[in-house]
Design a protein around this ligand. Structure first.
Ligand SMILES: Cc1ncc(COP(=O)(O)O)c(C=O)c1O
Length: 496
């Protein structure tokens, strides 16, 4: 290699360059944070169609290009402003600055906690964090788990453990047996990743037996015996019930104590997909909604949803830690020995991933800096904001709720004039607000009807923001209904 090439490598790692650009980055991000939190960063989503956005994105070249500040500036200019109090869309968490700073730390150190030797400071942090999460869930002293990259992977990890625990043989080593036909019972409202996990395990569409929900979108526990019987009659062997705490679409908590009773009676594994709602255990005001979670065999808990942590950080927690050692037995002599239960300090034994980021540091830092109380307040506040929105909707004759919210997710719709295609109207309303940049919200289809959907993730969303949201929707709805009335009496179906 010639000297010029070596010099280029040295320059890329130049600590002074890093210092200067790092200071600039933090300055820009601090300004950005201040602006976004006070709605000064521009439209909530500076809408550009995907093709246009791709066109605005410079391609990669052989030669050196702009410095980091220029790239940061461009990205901030085009970003979706999650910190804007009028972002009320998906369940993406609002990272607390202490966790964001920890992000820079972990991506600089890049210590991999899959094995102790490459993550000597990070592995114990993971262990402390997991212990704390287990304690908050109300799990016993011999509980434990792992951290993984997202709720989808977390649910797969838990279901692999369920299979290993319930089939009565070493399913990890032997795989599925022809004719064994395992399945799980899962609510109609469960997140799609549960079905995906089942398919990854090779059980196909029949691997998840859908349990109907009640009118308020809760798993109908009265339907569980029937679902179990149907599965058995069809020659399948149910091994687990997957409860949602809470569901993605409406934020509804399944009745965990009754599901726990059913699981103990029928020797089934109880898994709680608490990707969104396990954080509810932190709120003294709302904790009762997850009563019974302490009886689960496994719980998935996404910290990048309701724990102010940047994506992704998921806990897969087992009431009995032994189960987290039983899956993924693997011989990789260059990494660890095949004595996983004696090697708590090598978490790579127990995760789908080999290399992982030091994700635990993100949340651990924020917890150490601010204390658990901040997180209790955060969850409570987000649920309170959702409650305020649902109260406003209840008090507005031109809107209706899909269901009273349990959590910080609210589904509702504008009551369309007779003759107007209501489903289409809701979608058009959302498009109008999102493309106009005034608010960000999502949609959900419930029982075949379209609803608007808001997730309150920002503790700074105030009453005025919520009133303005309804006013914006009203104004757009009248404009659309008026246009539709003058062009086509049958409604919005042809409206452009
Ligand atoms: C209930 C539930 N489970 C699982 C997931 C998937 O989590 P992730 O996006 O972290 O993979 C989600 C995501 O929204 C969810 O709401």
């Amino acid at each position: 290699m010639d000297e010029a090439a070596l010099q280029r490598l040295r320059s890329a790692f130049d600590p002074e360059r890093f210092r200067q650009q790092g200071h600039d980055l933090v300055d820009r991000l601090a300004d950005y944070l201040g602006a976004a939190l006070t709605r000064q960063a521009g439209p909530v989503l500076p809408w550009v169609d995907p093709e246009g956005q791709l066109g605005n994105t410079p391609s990669i070249s052989e030669d050196a290009g702009p410095e980091v500040p220029e790239i940061v500036g461009d990205l901030l200019h085009r970003a979706f402003h999650l910190h804007d109090p009028r972002t009320l869309g998906h369940q993406d968490g609002l990272p607390v600055p202490a966790a964001s700073l920890a992000g820079l730390l972990i991506s600089t150190l890049n210590n991999d906690p899959s094995v102790y030797e490459t993550g000597p400071a990070v592995v114990p942090i993971e262990v402390r964090l997991l212990r704390w999460m287990c304690d908050e869930l109300g799990f016993p002293g011999d509980a434990g788990g792992v951290l993984t990259g997202g709720g989808s992977l977390g649910n797969l990890t838990a279901l692999l453990a369920a299979r290993q625990a319930k089939v009565g043989r070493d399913s990890w080593t032997e795989g599925n047996r022809p004719g064994e036909a395992l399945c799980v019972l899962v609510s109609e409202q469960a997140h799609y990743c549960v079905a995906r996990a089942v398919k990854i395990m090779g059980w196909g569409d029949d691997g998840f037996v859908k349990v109907p929900v009640t009118d308020d979108f809760r798993m109908d526990v009265a339907a569980l015996p029937g679902a179990l019987a149907r599965a058995r009659e069809a020659g399948r062997r149910p091994i687990a019930v997957v409860a949602s705490a809470c569901t993605t679409a409406t934020g509804t908590f399944d009745p965990l104590p009754e599901i726990a009773d059913f699981c103990s009676e029928h020797d089934l594994w109880m898994h709680v997909d608490g990707a969104h709602g396990a954080s509810t255990v932190l709120s003294p005001q709302y904790r009762s909604r997850v009563r019974g979670i302490e009886r689960a065999d496994s719980v998935v808990w996404d910290c990048h949803k309701m724990m102010m942590t940047p994506a992704v950080l998921t806990g897969v927690l087992f009431r009995n830690a032994r189960h987290s050692y039983d899956t993924f037995r693997q011989e990789a002599t260059y990494l660890f020995e095949e004595r996983p239960d004696e090697e708590w300090y090598n978490p790579g034994n127990r995760t789908v991933e080999c290399t992982r980021s030091g994700m635990a540091v993100l949340l651990y830092t924020a917890l150490r800096v601010h204390g658990i109380g901040l997180f209790r307040d955060y969850v409570t506040r987000c649920f309170d904001v959702a409650r305020s929105l649902s109260d406003l909707i209840d008090a507005s004759p031109d809107f209706e709720l899909a269901v009273e919210p349990d959590a910080n997710i609210v589904c509702f719709r504008y009551r369309a004039d007779p003759g107007i295609d209501s489903d289409r109207l809701q979608s058009r309303l959302r498009q109008k607000l999102v493309s106009g940049g005034s608010f960000y919200l999502t949609e959900a289809e419930l029982d075949g009807n379209q609803f608007l959907r808001c997730t309150a993730q920002n503790p700074f969303t105030g009453e005025q923001d919520l009133c303005d949201l309804l006013d914006h929707l009203r104004a757009e709805a009248s404009a659309l209904e008026e246009r539709s009335g003058t062009t086509n009496a049958s409604g919005l179906a042809q409206e452009g």
